[in-house]
Ligand binder design. Structure first.
Ligand SMILES: [Fe+2]
Length: 410
């Protein structure tokens, strides 16, 4: 291979190395290959490649040929740094008359020191020994080495940038996860605060959040939508925080529908949530519409059918289910048969059949589990409801009714 062909071949190999350096491969391996290509091109016997650590300002030799590693690390002071950057394009002869700015040059008895520089930033050093032919390194050789060194420098620089980007991305991911956890903890704390205000609904918001998320999952919504609906479940009654405690806990209270002041909690909830920037855009609307009914008899706006957001329909069902399965001031908790009966009766008027169907599937899946740990939803209910051998046929019936209603609606 003549010199020109060897050069072209080596530059092509370097171009490939540049790409590999940018990827997250074994960096030491790629540094070694870079050094060997540069040395091989001009049949140079010995050499070493050092990389500067920007944090410590130390230069560490990561690859060498014809010299024993480890070569000592270099401490780069400002004067040495500037001197090296200034000689980047020409290299520095290490003749006895030149004072070598780096210690390894003394140890290794090299002839040429080529700083690797990108945009006036020192990336590393290439130390070059004698040629195998024992001819002196010519000016031409020096220019070739300088060109290749620039190529290697850009490759290493890109590798550093990629590593930094990845580091920042994982740091951002960690921060995002922390924020998300904080957000959810805060929302749950709010749920507890909302329920504390109403003496009859302890734990209600958390359960509604749980049921709602389970239904959203059964409906095949994506993870973000499920989380949004879970949070909306936690916060759906946040408007109750501004309803008079006397009204809320009155012994005369029958249900929210009977007390105009209680009805205000939907709009109040919307107004509270609309002022906050949430990761889930329709949260305020879900609080506003969680008492709407398919037949238009709900509040605050009497919306019908598809005018009601899906999330609000899910929360409406979860809310009603929790109300029926817990003791309220106006009535005790209902037996399981009656709960199922109410869901069947309300289908198409109060509840969306698709939502009832999804809920029935959640109940059925749990009822079919043999161990209590695999029935998290039933775990939230009063033990009276967990007589599964009795309840299973009722749940199957609910699912069949919901499926028939859905099929009839086309
Ligand atoms: Fe409510």
């Amino acid at each position: 291979m003549d010199r020109t062909h060897r050069l072209l071949h080596s530059f092509a190999a370097l171009a490939d190395l540049g790409q590999e350096l940018s990827e997250a491969r074994d960096f030491g391996e790629v540094a070694r290959a870079s050094l060997y290509i540069v040395l091989g091109t001009l049949a140079i016997r010995r050499g070493a490649l050092g990389i500067r650590d920007p944090e410590t300002q130390r230069l560490r030799y990561v690859a060498a040929r014809g010299v024993q590693l480890p070569l000592p690390d270099e401490e780069l002071d400002a004067t040495t740094y500037d001197a090296l950057v200034a000689t980047a394009s020409a290299g520095l002869w290490l003749s006895p008359s030149t004072l070598p700015p780096v210690r390894a040059a003394l140890h290794g008895n090299f002839e040429l020191l080529m700083p690797l520089v990108v945009r006036r930033e020192l990336i590393g050093l290439l130390l070059v020994g004698e040629k195998a032919t024992e001819e002196p390194i010519s000016q031409d050789d020096r220019e070739i080495i300088a060109a290749m060194a620039r190529h290697v420098a850009v490759g290493i620089h890109n590798h550093h940038l990629m590593a930094e980007v990845q580091e920042r991305a994982s740091e951002n991911r960690r921060l995002y996860d922390d924020l998300r956890a904080l957000y959810h903890d805060t929302v749950r704390a709010f749920a507890v605060a909302i329920d504390c205000k109403d003496a009859y609904t302890r734990g209600h918001s958390e359960r509604v959040g749980y049921y709602s998320a389970a239904v959203a999952r059964a409906l095949g919504l994506d993870e973000d939508e499920i989380e949004g609906i879970r949070v909306a479940g936690y916060l759906h009654d946040i408007g109750k925080l501004i309803v008079d405690r006397e009204v809320m806990n009155s012994k005369l209270r029958f249900s929210a529908c009977d007390v105009p002041e209680l009805r205000q909690h939907t709009i109040a909830g919307y107004e509270i949530l609309a002022r906050i920037k949430h990761p889930y855009a329709d949260l305020p609307l879900l609080a506003r519409y969680h008492h709407e009914r398919l037949d238009g008899s709900g509040y605050p706006e009497g919306l019908r059918q598809d005018e009601i957001p899906l999330g609000a329909k899910i929360i409406a069902l979860a809310d009603a289910f929790d109300a029926m399965t817990t003791t309220r001031p106006y009535r005790p908790q209902l037996p399981f048969d009656e709960v199922i009966g109410e869901l069947v009766r309300g289908m198409g008027t109060q509840f969306d059949p698709a939502v009832v169907c999804a809920f029935a599937r959640v109940l059925l899946r749990e009822a079919e589990q043999s161990s209590a740990e695999r029935r998290p939803l039933f775990g939230l209910l009063d033990p009276n409801y967990v007589r599964l051998e009795r309840n299973l046929p009722r749940i199957e019936e609910l699912l069949a009714r919901a499926e028939r209603t859905l099929a009839a609606a086309g």
